[in-house]
Design a protein around this ligand. Structure first.
Ligand code: F6P
Length: 549
């Protein structure tokens, strides 16, 4: 474990936390709409404009005083020093003794970034140039399969950060995609890779094995089985044209049979769930080409600068992180929904689940003590308007408080304004409806207008009342371009960091996934009859059921 490079203040002991607690008791019951009445200039502090982004966080159950206290909390927590430490390359991932430098992959200027006294930028640039050159060859058709045909299909084999980010971005940038069809295999379930392989011609398919460690059970099992499938049809010499790897573990990729020429390096200081900017993004780069990939990086790089240089009250990731803490730690909200109003971003919630929940799902603070306050939020969501017809009922009229991010794009990509107007009408109307609700008086007036008799009106009214007062953030972005997508993803990455710093936890390790992995290896030995490990009675019975004919 490296020495502590992040501040380690217990948030509940900070003066601002205590003041926020008092303030919460004073305003928790104040309807959101009243804040608009009480604060004629509310939008002046609760909307932010940056590049192509307009962020409206006015529809939240907080007033100016509460907002100022949240900013005070961020200051008292040492967030400024934490941000500086992260970007400087200090080993802030202390439990793994690593720096956290996905930001170096998209750095807009060439000022050196040092890890252990060495400037890492030349090495990152070289890996990126190797990836770009390779992608250009595959896209142009200069890279040939073993029978001399150009590549038409890409299969990305990876899981977690080696799958979710590339898969989400390839889907999100479908509009910008070239002729290559990209598929993803992640689950260790054999049916998954067999479905993905359906209809593929080995002569024209390129397999990209992505694993930072190159030890992950799912990825290696899939890679081995897919290689077998390939070798049933193709001589061993064909591997070089059809299998490439992305990893930090060059020895292991070599042992797997991949030519070091065809291995794209990545680095320890880039965490799996933050790695799409690196060579892990190879499938993205193949799908949309180096130019769009660079635009994605540029957007994220600009957001990095915004995060580093903007005062907290105007700093998008800081503000969004603080508002989320307000609900999580004061209102006791357990989850947050993320609703992108575009089908292109339908996988964004799943991608952010890993980013947010693997990072901040921690219960031990940076002093090694168990926390006595809530940390990471549950993240869920789906694309709008589909989500409206699936689970919005619960957000509107259920018993739970679910702060929701609405993400929308002003202009469509194909230029169809008729549909776009309808989409955006829903996008705006939902946040208004969630905040304003519908009173009993309004319901009764509406029912009376239908000619319903009064007794029926009174009986039906309670079911049709909307309490409103449901908080939302609106993120209105000009258009879904690679650059804006990069900025959006980086925005959420920094929000994660802000919250981790304030909760005094380490956001960049993921020890919580290890135990299940270890036990799965033992259980596999039990299932395959190679061992008989001791288990509890429930597990023993389940194993018996599996092994019975
Ligand atoms: O699930 C744990 C995890 O380590 C993730 O953080 C990571 O993204 C994923 O496994 C895949 O790891 P690798 O890229 O090493 O195969």
């Amino acid at each position: 474990m490296s020495e502590k490079t992040l501040p380690n203040k217990v948030p509940t002991e900070l003066p601002a936390w205590k003041k926020l607690h008092v303030h919460y008791q004073q305003i928790a019951q104040t309807p959101l709409l009243s804040h608009f009445e009480n604060e004629p200039n509310r939008l002046a502090y609760s909307t932010l404009e940056w590049e192509d982004f307009y962020i409206d966080f006015s529809k939240n159950k907080i007033d100016r005083k509460g907002f100022d206290l949240l900013i005070e909390l961020a200051e008292q927590s040492g967030l400024n020093d934490a941000i500086a430490a992260q970007f400087s390359g200090a080993p802030i991932n202390a439990t793994e003794s690593r720096a956290v430098l996905h930001s170096a992959l998209r750095k807009i200027d060439d000022r050196p970034v040092s890890v252990d006294g060495n400037n890492i930028l030349p090495e990152l640039k070289a890996a990126q140039q190797k990836m770009f050159a390779f992608c250009e060859q595959v896209i142009s058709g200069a890279w040939k399969g073993y029978t001399g045909k150009p590549i038409t299909h890409i299969v990305n084999i990876g899981i977690g950060g080696s799958d979710l980010g590339p898969a989400m971005v390839v889907e999100a940038l479908a509009y910008y995609q070239n002729h290559l069809e990209v598929r993803f295999v992640s689950n260790v379930e054999g049916d998954h890779h067999l479905e993905v392989l359906k209809g593929l011609n080995p002569e024209t398919t390129l397999f990209v094995i992505v694993s930072k460690t190159f030890t992950t059970q799912e990825t290696l099992s899939n890679a081995v089985s897919i290689r077998k499938w390939f070798l049933k049809q193709v001589p061993e010499s064909g591997i070089a044209q059809h299998f490439v790897a992305v990893s930090t573990n060059i020895e292991k990729t070599k042992a797997f049979g991949i030519d070091p020429q065809n291995t794209f390096p990545m680095n320890d200081f880039v965490g799996g769930r933050f790695s799409l900017w690196s060579t892990v993004g190879l499938s993205i780069c193949l799908a949309v080409g180096p130019e769009s990939f660079e635009a994605l990086l540029r957007g994220a790089g600009k957001m990095d600068l915004h995060f580093q240089k903007t005062p907290f009250e105007k700093n998008i990731p800081v503000v969004l992180g603080l508002i989320s803490i307000w609900y999580n730690n004061f209102f006791g909200a357990e989850s947050e929904a993320i609703i992108p109003y575009t089908q292109y971003l339908r996988s964004l919630p799943a991608y952010l689940q890993q980013g947010i929940m693997e990072s901040n799902g921690k219960s031990v603070d940076r002093n090694g003590k168990r926390v006595n306050y809530q940390t990471g939020t549950l993240i869920w969501g789906a694309s709008g308007t589909n989500a409206q017809h699936a689970f919005f009922q619960l957000i509107h009229q259920g018993t739970k408080l679910i702060p929701t991010d609405f993400i929308g794009f002003k202009k469509s990509l194909h230029g169809n304004s008729e549909h776009q107007n309808k989409l955006l009408a829903n996008f705006i109307a939902q946040t208004e409806a969630l905040m304003s609700g519908k009173t009993k008086k309004q319901v009764l007036e509406e029912l009376a207008a239908t000619g319903m008799d009064q007794a029926d009106q009174l009986a039906l009214a309670p079911f049709k009342v909307f309490e409103g007062d449901k908080p939302t953030n609106t993120l209105l972005i000009e258009q879904l371009t690679p650059e804006n997508l990069g900025a959006l993803i980086a925005m959420y990455e920094h929000k994660i960091f802000v919250q981790g710093v304030l909760w005094n936890i380490y956001s960049y390790d993921q020890w919580g996934v290890e135990l299940g992995k270890q036990l799965a290896n033992k259980v596999l030995e039990d299932i395959e009859g190679h061992a008989s490990h001791p288990h509890d009675s429930s597990t023993r019975k389940l194993l018996q059921k599996l092994n019975s004919q």
